[in-house]
Ligand binder design. Structure first.
Ligand code: ADA
Length: 493
């Protein structure tokens, strides 16, 4: 039984018996039910989206924790020995492309099991070792590195994808026990000489922060709406999206793979103070989220950055230790992608040295009157002085509120005109800067926020209205400004 996302705490019952609990809206989870009898059964999911005391990551915030089953669910029949997952890591050397394939087998029976594994990537065979032994009630990882000299690279302009298929046979090789098909691409990501590079070529990310939010369906975005979002971003000339502030629906990541859109995917965390991070369950819930994110999404070539802990207490030593641990955890699962986090701590930041890319959220001309160009130069210096020297830099958030339909020649804050002016001034400043590897506008679409007191009251209409399109995806005046700037840059490069 597979759930791709239940928001945010799920108790799953099978014929009235509790199978287990999963916390966090934005990562998938599974249950294996041994020896199910043929016939009718009842699956019940009790969903809780309250900010209960065991919830460290879902707290009142600048987005909305909707309640419900927000992503697809599936039930499938499997043998007691099956393929749990498969990870593909592309590698490039002077002799061309190769790939490491890691297959995890799981034996749920009480007996030791022998099996055989066959694989194919596109039309090419994947030679796994002959026989595999999986101990009782255990998992076993089978790894192989295979040259694929004829493979074509995945790139933004030519997002070539290949099916990678593993088949598990019984010991005699005459009965298929299970199979798994993933879709993969060949590309490398590196950070050298202060630049972000894909396949050795420098790239500059131009795109959006995007919340999964729509007034008609909350966070349960149907596929046609995802396609619509993608079309709008492409129409504006974007080449990148940041999944702020949580792992996204894999169907959206599939679309990014297909359309050649670069993805910054991050774990689920926004704006935690040190006190929030000291919640007794915080570290465990982050660890689960990181593991589930990387295991589930490692095969998406579009994901070129993993990130953690947006705007948390990275300006404290205790916070730094948690950033360090989480980066170590992700590096232990995947060394093929650079890591980052978005900081708003300016000269007080303590963690730039831990990341591969330094990223800053600054809102010149919105929260302050600073000049975007000067502030960006200043930010480069803060990063250089705090261990970020020679690392690529990304403006991970900038923008302004603009209330859809509020147009006024006064151009006061909140008008669509002022929002467009501010975004224009920011893009004008950042596009020529040679040390920037990316600029991500906050945000693609308006989003609902938690109804609360305190600072959230500054969110008129209980929305974050910094979208370039509103919650229904109606373009604001900033839309054509962004299109002009992003497309112009495309034409130049
Ligand atoms: C932060 C944060 C976003 C959003 C934004 C804003 O940088 O990362 O989630 O809250 O500010 O609109 O102020």
């Amino acid at each position: 039984m597979v759930f791709k996302g239940v928001s945010h705490t799920a108790d799953v019952y099978w014929d009235g018996c509790l199978l287990g609990r999963h916390y966090n809206a934005y990562t998938p989870f599974t249950f294996v039910l041994p020896e199910v009898e043929a016939g009718e059964h009842e699956i019940a999911v009790l969903v809780d989206n309250s900010f209960h005391e065991e919830s460290a990551l879902h707290i009142p915030n600048d987005y909305y924790s909707y309640g419900g089953i927000i992503r697809p669910a599936a039930v499938e029949e499997i043998a007691d020995l099956f393929i749990e997952r498969m990870a593909f890591t592309p590698l490039y050397t002077e002799v061309g492309w190769s790939g490491r394939i890691d297959v995890v087998l799981r034996n749920t029976s009480e007996e030791r099991r022998n099996a055989r594994l066959h694989g194919k990537l596109g039309e090419w065979d994947v030679p796994f070792a002959e026989g595999v032994i999986v101990p009782p009630d255990a998992t076993r990882k089978v790894s192989v590195t295979v040259p694929f000299p004829q493979a074509a690279a995945w790139s933004a302009s030519e997002p070539q994808l290949y099916p990678l298929e593993a088949q598990l046979f019984n010991d005699d090789g005459n009965r298929v026990l299970d199979d798994l098909i993933e879709r993969v691409g060949f590309r490398t990501v590196s950070t050298e000489g202060g630049q972000l590079k894909v396949n050795g070529e420098p790239v500059v990310l131009k795109g959006f922060n995007r919340h999964e939010d729509h007034p008609l369906c909350g966070a349960a975005i149907p596929y046609p709406l995802m396609v619509h979002d993608m079309e709008l971003m492409l129409d504006m000339g974007a080449n990148a999206v940041r999944t702020s502030h949580y792992p996204n629906d894999e169907r959206f990541l599939d679309l990014c793979d297909e359309r050649g859109i670069f993805v910054w995917e991050e774990n689920h965390a926004r704006g935690f103070s040190l006190k929030d991070m000291q919640h007794p369950l915080f570290e465990r819930q982050c660890e689960d989220c990181n593991r589930e994110m990387v295991e589930a999404h490692i095969n998406h070539p579009s994901i070129i950055i993993w990130a953690i802990l947006n705007e948390c207490a990275s300006d404290t030593m205790e916070g730094r230790e948690m950033y360090r641990k989480q980066f170590d955890q992700i590096r232990s699962m995947d060394t093929s992608r650079p890591l980052s986090f978005a900081s708003h701590h300016r000269e007080r930041e303590l963690c730039f040295d831990l990341a591969d890319i330094v990223s800053v959220n600054l809102y010149p001309l919105w929260y302050g009157e600073e000049d975007p160009y000067e502030l960006c130069l200043q930010a480069r210096k803060w990063a250089d002085d705090a261990g970020g020297k020679d690392k690529p830099m990304i403006m991970s958030e900038f923008g302004a509120d603009g209330f859809y339909g509020y147009r006024d020649p006064s151009r006061v804050k909140g008008t669509e005109e002022r929002q467009a002016d501010i975004i224009q001034a920011n893009l004008e400043a950042y596009l020529p800067l040679p040390f920037l590897s990316g600029m991500l506008i906050w945000q693609f679409c308006d989003c609902r926020v938690t109804e609360a007191d305190g600072w959230l009251l500054t969110r008129a209409g209980t929305q974050n209205s910094k979208g370039v399109v509103d919650r229904y995806r109606r373009p604001k005046l900033a839309y054509s400004v962004v299109k002009d700037y992003f497309s112009r840059r495309n034409a130049d490069s």
